[in-house]
Design a protein around this ligand. Structure first.
Ligand SMILES: [Cu+2]
Length: 196
C-alpha cells in the first residue's frame, strides 16, 4: 500500500510571466489602414462605397504601388459580394462618361503608384449578391499577371462617399446611368477587343 504525501501545489516560481501589452495605435479613420501585397504590388487605402438597395453593381477603390522592377498587370478575380469582378476605367465618349474593363489588367510600371478613385479607375463588383453595407467590408481576390494572388479587404464607406471614411455626400456620379449599366452581361469582356 502506498502512501501519497500530498504536496502543496508548486508555487508558480515564474510570476515573471510577463504580459506583453500590445499597444495598438488608433487609426485615424474608421477603416483600419491595412496594407496588402500581391506579387510586387503594394496595396493600400482600400475602400468601397455602400450601394443602394437593388443596385447590381458596386465600386471599390485602392492605391497600388509597384515595388518591383517590371510592369505588373493587376486584375480582379472574385469577390465575396458579387458574381463578377473587373477593373474598370472611365472614358469620355463624346461628353458621356463610360466605363470599360481594362483589357489584360491594369498596368502599373516599376515605381509607379496608381490610385483607383471615384471618377477614374475602379474595381467593379458586377452582379451583386447582396448590397454593400456601410461599416461592413467586402473581400476581393486580386491577381497579377505573374499569378500572385491576395485576398484584400475593402471597408465600406457611405453611399456616394468621395473618400474612405467620409460619410455620404458625393453627387459625383452614379453607376446607374445609361451606358453605365453592367446588367445582363452586356459588357463585352472578350479578348480585350471591347475598347473602341
Ligand atoms: Cu465600372
Amino acid at each position: 500500500m502506498r502512501v501519497f504525501k500530498s504536496k502543496p501545489p508548486a508555487v508558480a516560481a515564474s510570476i515573471a510571466a510577463v504580459t506583453m501589452l500590445a499597444f495598438t495605435p488608433l487609426s485615424a479613420g474608421s477603416a483600419a489602414a491595412a496594407n496588402y501585397k500581391v506579387g510586387s504590388l503594394q496595396i493600400t487605402r482600400t475602400w468601397a462605397r455602400a450601394t443602394p438597395k437593388g443596385a447590381d453593381t458596386g465600386a471599390a477603390y485602392m492605391t497600388v504601388t509597384n515595388t518591383g522592377k517590371t510592369v505588373e498587370r493587376l486584375s480582379c478575380v472574385s469577390s465575396d459580394a458579387s458574381a463578377g469582378c473587373q477593373i474598370h476605367q472611365m472614358m469620355d465618349d463624346n461628353g458621356v462618361m463610360k466605363m470599360r474593363p481594362v483589357p489584360g489588367g491594369l498596368p502599373i510600371k516599376p515605381g509607379q503608384t496608381v490610385t483607383l478613385d471615384p471618377g477614374g479607375y475602379h474595381l467593379m463588383l458586377v452582379n451583386l449578391k447582396k448590397p454593400l453595407q456601410q461599416g461592413r467590408s467586402v473581400e476581393v481576390t486580386l491577381k497579377t499577371n505573374d499569378g500572385a494572388t491576395a485576398l484584400v479587404e475593402f471597408p465600406i464607406a457611405a453611399i456616394g462617399a468621395p473618400a474612405p471614411g467620409i460619410a455620404g455626400g458625393g453627387g459625383t456620379m452614379t453607376m446607374q446611368g445609361p451606358g453605365m449599366s453592367h446588367q445582363g452581361g452586356g459588357m463585352n469582356m472578350g479578348s480585350g477587343g471591347a475598347m473602341k
